[in-house]
Ligand binder design. Structure first.
Ligand SMILES: [Zn+2]
Length: 165
């Protein structure tokens, strides 16, 4: 059943529970429900500022779902503190979202946390290599930036795109 109850202004329960391994919101521990509410409120600010719908690629994950997603063992997704987000529109918007989240965390307009930009890794595909896929945002309480290589690849992809157009 699709639970369309809002977690925050822009995000509904079913969106943060898709692929989570948990069937309903009520099955979640209270700490996870509170964490998801906080990270969705942070994502509301991103959604508002970027002015584009954000698809939740991955939200909460129970341990089984985290293994399936090849998440790190101490993933913030296990705590409900992380969302993987993809903005609507062209893929360069993923980079815009990353830069926006980075700025808002540094200026404390959203809680401090982790950020990563995931990008395609296929050196044989000259066109798509480095194409941004989604942005990981978590509110762990201190600023950390991960997957720098994937971010560099995404920026190089964007630069090639800019030259080509
Ligand atoms: Zn993530």
């Amino acid at each position: 059943m699709t639970d369309r109850t809002r977690v925050s202004r822009y995000f509904a329960r079913y969106e943060v529970l898709r692929g989570s391994g948990v069937r309903t919101w009520d099955d979640l521990p209270g700490s996870v429900r509170r964490a998801l509410t906080s990270v969705c409120r942070a994502a509301d600010v991103l959604r508002h500022e970027i002015g584009l719908p954000l698809t939740v690629v991955s939200g909460y994950r129970d341990p089984g779902a985290n293994r399936k997603a090849e998440g790190v063992p101490k993933s913030q997704h296990l705590l409900g503190l992380a969302l993987d987000l993809r903005p609507a529109g062209p893929r360069e918007n993923v980079l815009h979202l990353y830069d926006l989240a980075d700025r808002l965390m540094r200026t404390k307009q959203i809680p401090c946390g982790g950020l990563a930009c995931y990008s395609l890794d296929d050196p044989r595909d000259a066109e798509d290599h480095g194409r941004p896929r989604f942005c990981h945002v978590d509110i762990r309480g201190r600023n950390q930036r991960f997957k720098r290589k994937q971010l560099r690849r995404a920026r190089a992809w964007f630069d090639r795109l800019a030259v080509a157009s």
